[in-house]
Design a protein around this ligand. Structure first.
Ligand code: ARG
Length: 468
């Protein structure tokens, strides 16, 4: 027998039953190495834990285990250093690593895949990746919340109009507005903590789909890799990608919240609103209009929400027609997961960095906050507190607004006689209703009265500190 006769007809690790090579176009179509190489640390950690367990159970020898662990450790160092050669014809990260390991350590490398399938392997790697992404995203959300709380403290006195229907409605503190976003990002943080808990379940041991035939010890592998538990159903373990959905749905909602905040910043920095200015470091110019200062960072924070939402929809659509158990469709889960993680992390970083550099025009905010009859509710409330039914008070003040509009006047121009013509229950103290009185009057839990906002801010800060 010549050495050529002993060469398998296919060079693939799974090529035993094949009598020829795959088409080059199929190799290209089938391969995921260009993107799943990003999972190499998770893949090597999972393989080391698996090999140690196999040796503990006497399924492989301690010598084989040591050769595997040393070989994988060296491969990890080479990938870290950028000297490892990835090959498209080796399809994915799992086979690239296993092939090189086997080239170097021989039969020990060929024993690593005992009691394991790429199906439970890839699910394990992706869960480890998602778990770390949940932690990193939650940490950056805490940083953003801290920036919002600090800005609310620095701008404790700043007033802006509050809006409904984007029409000026009632005066509010800017800090109250900022803390509304802090509340959204607090719930987002909780969602990533919940996503982490659901992702943190070990699939290894599910094998290809039905479990494995060796006396493995799944619990010890879970413990070594920091998983809270082992999967309960092998079919579910290899085919479920809900944990990616969980991350992406928390990311999509976070991106929507960031987009809404970004939209506020864009409006505030326009000449029409004029409440805020961006620092030069966080704005850009126009190549044709020399006067322009554009809020590109905020616009991208708004625009990038589209791809994070799109990634979520892609995962749902990828899953919806798949029968149990693993199908290669699932290879399509990774790029959208990676993109959601990368997009949300950089957006959180840049928005967090931009916030403290913003400045606010307090005078303009105060002027706008009382313009357009924004104290009308307070004047109606005044009458209602004198015993006038609220609907009657509402109508009287509405008529007063209409009269002022006809005569080109504002509430500040009105005399007590003008008020009395609108309703006899008005007294001199109506003239004391002003911006600060209107703010202070909203003295309920969750309201914009300055003392309430200070309490809310400090409660938010304490909550953040408890989270660590
Ligand atoms: N690259 C594959 C993926 O990302 C790994 C699992 C392949 N399993 C298989 N039976 N072909 O899903």
């Amino acid at each position: 027998m010549t050495s050529e006769d002993t060469q398998p007809a296919s060079s693939k690790l799974w090529g035993g039953r094949f009598s020829g090579e795959t088409d080059a176009l199929v190799d290209q179509f089938n391969a995921s190495i260009d993107f799943d190489r990003r999972l190499y640390r998770e893949d090597i950690a999972g393989s080391i834990a698996h090999a140690r367990m196999l040796a503990r159970r006497g399924i492989i020898s301690e010598g084989d285990r040591d050769a595997i662990v040393e070989g994988l450790t060296r491969i990890r160092e080479e990938i870290d250093a950028g000297t490892f050669e990835f090959r498209l014809d080796r399809e994915d990260i799992h086979l690239n690593i296993e092939a090189v390991l086997t080239e170097r350590v021989g039969d020990a490398g060929r024993r690593l895949h005992t009691g394991r399938s790429r199906n439970d392997q890839v699910a394990t790697d992706t869960r480890l990746f998602t778990r770390a992404a949940c932690d990193e995203t939650a940490a950056l959300l805490r940083g953003l919340r801290s920036a919002l709380i600090d800005l609310a403290e620095r701008e404790a006195e700043t007033v802006i109009p509050g809006y409904t229907h984007l029409q000026r409605a009632q005066p509010i503190l800017l800090a109250h507005h900022l803390l509304a976003y802090e509340a959204m990002f607090t719930r987002d943080t909780e969602r990533f903590i919940q996503a982490r808990a659901r992702a943190n379940v070990l699939p290894l041991g599910a094998g290809a789909l039905a479990g494995v035939t060796y006396p493995i010890d799944r619990e010890s592998v879970a413990e070594e890799l920091g998983f809270d538990s082992v999967s309960e159903n092998s079919l579910d373990a290899v085919s479920d990608r809900d944990f990616i959905f969980d991350y992406q749905s928390a990311a999509a909602l976070t991106a929507v919240h960031l987009s809404r905040l970004a939209e506020e910043i864009i409006l505030w920095c326009s000449a029409e609103f004029g409440f805020a200015r961006l620092d030069d470091r966080y704005s850009t110019g126009s190549s044709i209009m020399p006067q322009k200062k554009n809020p590109d960072v905020a616009e991208l924070a708004r625009g990038k929400s589209a791809r994070v939402i799109g990634n979520l929809v892609q995962t749902l659509t990828m899953l919806k027609g798949q029968p149990l158990a693993y199908n290669k469709d699932n290879q399509e889960d990774k790029e959208s997961l990676f993109d959601s993680v990368d997009t949300i992390l950089i957006t959180l970083r840049v928005v967090t960095a931009m916030l403290p550099t913003m400045t606010f025009d307090g005078e303009r905010g105060r002027t706008a906050a009382v313009a357009n009859f924004a104290l009308a509710t307070d004047i109606a409330d005044y009458l209602a507190k004198k015993g006038v039914p609220f609907r009657e008070a509402h109508e009287a003040v509405g008529a007063l607004v209409a009269r002022c509009e006809r005569e080109g006047r504002t509430f500040e121009d009105l005399t007590l006689e003008d008020y009395r013509e609108a309703h006899p229950a008005f007294d001199r103290d109506v003239l004391a209703i002003d911006l600060d009185a209107a703010l202070a009057a909203r003295d309920v839990p969750g309201g914009t009265a300055p003392a309430r906002v200070t309490d809310a801010r400090e409660a938010a800060r304490a909550r953040l500190q408890r989270e660590g």
